[in-house]
Design a protein around this ligand. Sequence first.
Ligand SMILES: [Zn+2]
Length: 136
Amino acid sequence: MLTSTTSTYLLKIYEMKEREKKITPKTLAEEMGVSRPTAFEFIKKLENEGYVEKSGREYLLTSSGVEESLRIIRHHRVIETLLYEAGVNLDKACKIATQMQCILDDGSVESICKFLGYPKQCPHGRPIPEVVSNEY
Ligand SMILES: [Zn+2]
């Protein structure tokens, strides 16, 4: 299971990629609100774990990095939808989802998804990714 910090970094990296932002220790430090050495150290850890690889001056998600990111995004958005539909305001729902995204297992997230009637979007209007496989 991913640690909370790893899941937060992977989610951020994926979102930066969606915005076509280059992933370097500098840009990641800015996005995460941490120092550049901290971001660099973490990016090295993600590289050792096989989630990112260096390409020139930037880092790219590997296929396992993409797969893990999509899993976390799915968890985040499903949990957020559940809380929001239960009446929690969106900001708070998003914060709690960030804490819970790496705690819940895939099976529980599936159950919540079914309970919600398989929503296609989170309350921010962003797509909820389907269950991901190794096929890319
Ligand atoms: Zn959110």
